[in-house]
Design a protein around this ligand. Structure first.
Ligand SMILES: NC(=O)c1ccc[n+]([C@@H]2O[C@H](COP(=O)([O-])OP(=O)(O)OC[C@H]3O[C@@H](n4cnc5c(N)ncnc54)[C@H](O)[C@@H]3O)[C@@H](O)[C@H]2O)c1
Ligand SMILES: O=P(O)(O)OC[C@@H](O)[C@@H](O)[C@H](O)[C@H](O)CO
Length: 539
């Protein structure tokens, strides 16, 4: 049997016989060095971190281009540390899924430790010490879009944010206040520079992280917990930067098929866990081979030479164009369309959806609507990018990605995935935002999805979304199969610019969305029929 822990790595021949590559450095020594001399801490110890960022650092370690690893801090779902970090000595098994169905397998040992970023717990003092270390260069984040939200859709402060702002930097619970509190400790310990790098799929993600951190810092300043000097230090880009980024690598939830294949190879303990807060995580990560990371090159305390591992470094304007291209046009809006329609039409595989001519046509049309207003970032071509997404990445049958994963938190994703395109159409004198057809069809599909009834009239689970209860309450009374039950329930949703980036009625898209939604209520098969009607009208 092969054991995924430091002791188990001693059996080099066993791992090699199983076709699993091992780190080409002394993992225990890297761990020890990182604890003494931390350089990189990452918040959000989930799948993309392990499947992409930890693997990048492993590339540098393998090449002798760095000699420390990454510290993983978990501020939200601390069970992740108990389930898949501690028992495996922080090692993970990365499985890259090639389109021909073969697996590229590698043990990743670049994560030096998993820490619970809980200010009442035993790891907190260590995390504070990490932030006090002069050599710390960056703190990065993959905490999901909702991890930055301090308010709900109506703009009301979340209870956790209210608590943190009143309690001060000794008792933070929200990740934004945790980041602000740790920066405060860094300031107090001499104020060595640092880059705080959001790597989430948010628009202008660095700005979002900065705003979250500043909201906490300013509230604490107002309440007398911190001095003006802290705010001045935080505002000075020679001390603290919030670089923007674009990150791309499809990293689905861990799959049973991959688990079984690893067990077949003799790797022990490859269990898949679902934590209390819903994270699906395992000691292994399955991800596609393709990956892109574009970072704004603004690191005031230096940075690992990630360009040697294929990372693009660019100025902010270029990063923003790359982000808008990927998150707002060429990949994520298409994903969201496949998510809501895939769930409604009974799919559990993105690759299978791409073999459905209606769904393939839908995403091609959405891409065409977005491409009209996308800016070319120069470093990546939008046309080439979209062709790779539509012809190679989404249809890859080896990628066990599901519409149900992507449908999670859709309320948090729509403004980024569609809002920018709507706003750009509205700004362009030569284009008419109200002429858009497929974006409103996705919004209608999402509202239909929120009813929790599939296209056959069966009960359908709705993926977790912090706003689902609020949105479903607004839709109360609407019944699939009875279009007459829909009056004006959609109005407060479709007019909310926090959800769509614009008020859809002002953009001339509200009534259009309502009409498509109502058509999808007609009875079993109405979702498919509506989709086909829109596609054929435009064919
Ligand atoms: N998985 C991908 O394909 C992919 C690709 C590119 C970018 N991303 C970005 O990374 C994010 C995380 O993806 P993942 O695959 O690691 O997901 P995951 O479910 O494996 O992990 C989610 C992580 O976010 C944390 N989190 C969740 N809600 C939070 C909250 N409210 N506050 C703070 N932390 C919170 C969890 O504790 C966990 O560490 C995505 O939302 C996206 O923005 C993911
Ligand atoms: O990770 P999320 O929840 O923001 O979105 C789900 C997917 O669209 C996303 O994870 C993509 O797979 C990823 O953005 C590809 O780079």
């Amino acid at each position: 049997m092969l054991h995924l822990n430091l002791q188990g790595l001693q059996d080099r021949e066993g791992w090699e016989a199983a076709g699993i590559a091992l780190p080409r450095y002394d993992a225990a020594a890297v761990k020890a060095r990182t604890r003494l001399r931390p350089v990189w801490v990452h918040f959000g110890a989930g799948n993309i971190f392990r499947g992409f960022l930890a693997a990048l650092q492993q590339t540098l370690l393998n090449a002798g281009l760095t000699d420390t690893g990454i510290l993983a801090a978990e501020s939200f779902d601390v069970q992740i540390i108990d389930k898949v970090y501690d028992p495996y000595d922080d090692l993970s098994l990365l499985v890259r899924l090639r389109a021909d169905g073969s697996y590229e397998k590698e043990v990743v040992a670049s994560v030096a430790r998993g820490l619970k970023a809980d200010c009442t717990g035993g790891d907190w003092a260590d995390l504070v010490q990490v932030f006090q270390s002069p050599g710390l260069q960056l703190a990065s984040f993959t905490i999901t879009e909702k991890g930055y939200a301090l308010t709900d859709l109506s703009g009301k402060a979340l209870p956790v944010a209210e608590h943190d702002f009143a309690a001060g930097p000794d008792a933070p619970r929200h990740t934004m206040s945790i980041a602000a509190a740790l920066l405060y400790r860094r300031f107090q310990a001499g104020g060595h520079p640092i880059a705080m790098v959001s790597m989430d799929n948010c628009s202008q993600n660095g700005k979002k992280l900065r705003e979250g951190v500043f909201a906490a810092a300013q509230a604490w300043k107002k309440a007398g917990f911190v001095s003006d000097a802290f705010l001045e230090w935080l505002s000075d880009e020679t001390n603290v930067t919030f670089p923007w980024s674009m990150i791309d690598k499809i990293t689905p939830h861990p799959s049973e098929t991959v688990r079984a294949a690893l067990e077949e190879l003799g790797v022990e303990g490859m269990n898949i866990f679902q934590t209390n807060t819903g994270t699906r995580i395992a000691p292994f990560v399955n991800a596609e081979v393709t990956e892109y990371l574009v970072l704004e090159d603004a690191f005031p305390n230096g940075r690992p030479p990630l360009e040697k591992a294929g990372v693009y470094f660019a100025d902010r304007a270029t990063v923003e164009k790359a982000e808008k291209m990927k998150v707002g046009t060429c990949l994520n809006p298409l994903h969201t369309a496949l998510a809501v329609y895939g769930c409604l039409l009974g799919y559990s595989s993105i690759a299978a959806e791409m073999a459905d001519p209606d769904l393939k046509a839908l995403v091609e049309h959405i891409a065409a609507e977005g491409l009209k207003v996308v800016e070319d970032p120069g470093i990546l071509s939008p046309r080439k990018f979209i062709d790779e997404v539509l012809n190679e990445r989404f249809p890859n049958p080896a990628i066990p990605d599901t519409p149900q994963r992507i449908a999670a938190d859709t309320s948090q994703k729509l403004p980024v995935r569609y809002g920018g395109t709507l706003q750009r159409y509205a700004r362009r004198p030569d284009l008419d935002v109200s002429s858009l057809v497929y974006a409103p069809l996705v919004f209608a599909g999402w509202c239909r999805y929120l009813l929790g009834v599939d296209d056959q009239g069966g009960e359908m689970p709705v993926s977790p979304d912090p706003m689902a209860p609020q949105l479903q309450a607004l839709l109360a009374g609407i019944e699939a199969g009875r279009p007459e039950t829909c009056s004006d329930q959609l109005r407060p949703i479709l007019s909310n610019a926090a959800i769509f980036g614009v008020d859809l009625y002002q953009a001339g898209l509200g009534e259009k969305t309502e009409a498509a939604f109502r058509a999808m209520l007609a009875g079993p098969g109405a979702v498919r029929a509506t989709l086909r009607r829109y596609l054929s009208e435009r064919a």
